[in-house]
Design a protein around this ligand. Structure first.
Ligand SMILES: Nc1ncnc2c1ncn2[C@@H]1O[C@H](COP(=O)(O)OP(=O)(O)OP(=O)(O)O)[C@@H](O)[C@H]1O
Length: 277
């Protein structure tokens, strides 16, 4: 679990994160959403220690990252896995070497032990035959899976994913989302995901934090977001007519109002206030 208390971060005279309180739960996918410039990246960079906050606490299992010693920070960082936007693989290294990299950096294990662990995680992300391939030889979805394998190879307690679906088609995005969700539950990882992908929000959003101009404007899960009454959040997530209709359909479905014999358009356009009845 990561607890964030009154986090503030600014640049020169501009406050970007304006006193955020949030709890990232273990074994859950904690999603950070919000429009461009709302502060998601700065918030995440504070959480992983890439930016030092101006004020506030970031408690990793009760231990404040901001005030801990360099030695404690190093230990905490070892427990953090990162999946970067665009996967960030080393082009000159094979898949196997890319995944082995954190083991080379942080362990003194024998080559055989490291290879065993690499093969375990590659099998876990369904990439059994890709060891000797170079990043240029594999698809975007496979690169993401290599990125995930590398992020979990040290058995992290915390996993940070920056836009894990960027550049992927909707079907591959779904596979990657499900993989992240499964690993999160299986290994009880506190997973924090910065995303613009509404599909991910609905599929894997156990805990969703909506940022608006540096504040936490709303927090809830993927069921609650459908029924939320926050105007700012609704104009953000249901920006298109299509999504608004999809929301109405979903609400009807959840409310058990869908009757196969009734025409959906008729139902949505009728004077009957079905959504609020
Ligand atoms: N290193 C920096 N120096 C100065 N200002 C910065 C720095 N990093 C971010 N900002 C400012 O902080 C604000 C929030 O930026 P941030 O990148 O966190 O937004 P975001 O929500 O992640 O946007 P996007 O969805 O486009 O990635 C922006 O106004 C940005 O210009």
């Amino acid at each position: 679990m990561i607890e964030v208390k009154n986090l503030k971060k600014g640049f020169e005279d501009k406050l970007v994160i304006k006193g955020v309180d949030a709890t990232m739960q273990a074994g859950k996918c904690n999603l950070i959403i919000g429009s461009s410039g709302s502060g998601k990246t700065v918030f995440m960079k504070c959480l992983v220690g890439l930016f030092e906050p101006d004020e506030g606490e970031i408690l990793y299992s009760g231990n404040d990252l901001v005030t801990m010693s360099d030695e404690e920070k190093k230990e905490t960082r070892k427990q953090i896995g990162m999946l970067f936007q665009g996967s960030a693989l080393f082009d000159s290294l094979t898949v196997e070497q890319n995944v082995m990299f954190p083991l080379d950096m942080f362990t003194k294990d024998s080559y055989q032990d490291k290879l065993k662990r690499v093969n375990e995680v590659l099998a876990r992300v369904n990439l059994k035959d890709a060891n000797k391939k170079f990043p240029a030889e594999i698809s975007g979805g496979m690169k993401k899976r290599v990125g995930i394998a590398r992020a979990i190879v040290l058995n992290p307690k915390y996993l940070f994913c920056d836009e894990p679906n960027s550049g992927l088609d909707p079907q591959t995005s779904l596979v990657i989302d499900q993989l992240i969700k499964e690993l999160t539950t299986e290994y009880n990882i506190t997973t924090v995901i910065n995303t613009h992908d509404m599909n991910s929000v609905m599929e894997i959003g156990d805990n969703i934090i909506y940022m608006y101009q540096g504040h936490k404007e709303w927090e809830g899960n993927n069921k609650e977001i459908i029924f939320n009454k926050n105007e700012k959040l609704n104009s953000f997530i249901f920006a298109s007519e299509f999504l608004k209709d999809a929301k109405d359909m979903r609400m009807l479905e959840v409310k058990g109002k869908i009757d196969n014999d009734r025409n959906m358009d008729e139902l949505l356009n009728s004077d009957e206030d079905v959504l609020n009845s």
